[in-house]
Design a protein. Sequence first.
Length: 233
Amino acid sequence: MLEVENLWVRYGTVEAVKGVSFTVSAGSIVSLIGANGAGKTTSLRALTGLVQPGAGELRFESTSLVGLAPHQIVSLGIAHVPEGRRLFPKMTVLENLTMGAYLRPRIDVASTLTMIYEHFPILKERGRQRAGSLSGGEQQMLAIARALMSRPKLLLLDEPSMGLSPIMTAEVGKVIRQINSLRVSIILVEQNAMLALTLAQYGYVLQTGQVVMQGKAEDLLRDEGVKKAYLGL
Ligand SMILES: Nc1ncnc2c1ncn2[C@@H]1O[C@H](COP(=O)(O)OP(=O)(O)OP(=O)(O)O)[C@@H](O)[C@H]1O
Ligand SMILES: [Mg+2]
């Protein structure tokens, strides 16, 4: 479904991503894990057109994403839940959700909302509340739900567990599984490698802008190096 081949991205003189390659097959969850500054967020930003690659190829269902604007990439069926959630805090929950659909004019907002409320009942209850007044976990749920309003085939999640309690992290994990069961493929970027590798089928370990290891998630979970460096075991 998605092929990233030899991706390079720089910010000024900083080489943030240096020849990263990975693939996502339809229906799967793929995790990118790695420490601060490894290039995880930058890789996602390249996929959604927020930064332009210096080199490399990005193909989604055999369409090249290179040079496309963010709204064109959304139209192809890729949605991004950015690091830090980036909600509109003064707008209501419902307004935030509606914003998620506005780049896809042909989408039936009412039926999509019904689908969203099945998976996130709390967002229906809180529809008229300002997004900024929700708890951290609820805000993360809203950020994910807003992205789903564009009916993506591929969802990019950047650190969805960041700042959440263990209980809320488990809730987010459950929601990620539910979304995937609706045949939405997922790229999950996480510093919480345990969560990421528990949810994913396949994982890539990034370090200073490069893929240093990859494999089935179950194998990475058992790998001594991964255990020590990323799982705190
Ligand atoms: N806007 C920017 N301007 C300059 N350098 C940047 C910018 N954003 C990121 N970088 C640098 O690019 C490199 C990769 O950063 P990136 O945010 O992609 O890493 P990350 O793996 O997402 O890290 P984290 O786990 O902290 O979110 C780092 O060296 C970072 O300092
Ligand atoms: Mg990041």
